[in-house]
Design a protein around this ligand. Structure first.
Ligand SMILES: [Zn+2]
Length: 212
């Protein structure tokens, strides 16, 4: 496992905040479709031929779907909370499958997120809500480092836990189908916040549970 905290921390000073979404342009679908048509023409294809005729509109609808996380604030999912006074242990959700799009190539990234936190003051959220947060941030033009950071930040902002750990393992199609062409290689990013940031033993214990 590679500790990419340094990379993520550097990026977090720039464009990682705020986490809230954008407003969607009213003509988004038409503009995407027009751009796709332009790409087809630019590569020498004929956008009017039968197989490509509906492609610009089809791709436009798909883009609006895979980028729909741009138009929400995924932190809202965590506002559904309940308290459990007796619960003082860590909460771990493993293998949250997600799909995203690399913002450098607009090619898919897919993988798994593992999320853990140590609740403070008995503040807990539903397990499915953590998956929704991952999905909300994943459905944006993304960098894996930023996705990792944003999930951790959202949990800190809303749950104010004693500690947070987010690990993401993903395959980037821009590495598999072009450039260095290394299919199957996985990029791992990790962020630890709160007490787990400095408590090496506690962090290793959670990591071994995440990876078991
Ligand atoms: Zn890429």
């Amino acid at each position: 496992m590679t500790d990419r905290n340094a990379t993520a921390a550097k990026a977090s000073n720039e464009d990682l905040r705020p986490l809230e979404g954008l407003s969607r342009p009213a003509d988004a679908q038409e503009r995407i479709a027009g751009a796709v048509r332009t790409i087809l023409e630019a590569i020498g294809e004929n956008p009017e031929r039968e197989g490509l005729h509906d492609t610009p509109q089809r791709v436009a609808k798909m883009y609006l779907e895979v980028f729909e996380g741009l138009y929400e604030d995924p932190r809202d999912h965590l506002k559904t909370q309940f308290s459990a006074d007796q619960h003082h242990g860590a909460v771990i959700v493993k293998d949250i499958h997600f799909h995203s799009m690399c913002e450098h190539h607009l090619l898919p990234v897919h993988g798994k997120a593992h999320v853990a936190y140590l609740p403070a003051g008995g503040r807990l959220t539903g397990l499915s809500k953590l998956a929704r947060v991952v999905e909300g941030f994943a459905r944006r033009p993304q960098l894996q480092e930023r996705l990792t950071d944003q999930v951790a930040q959202a949990m800190e902002d809303v749950l104010a836990p004693e500690a947070v750990l987010v690990v993401i393992e993903a395959e980037h199609m821009c590495m598999s189908m072009r450039g260095v062409r290394s299919p199957g290689s996985t990029t791992v990013t990790m962020i630890a916040r709160g007490t787990w940031k400095h408590d090496h033993a506690a962090r290793m214990e959670i990591l071994s549970l995440l990876r078991s």
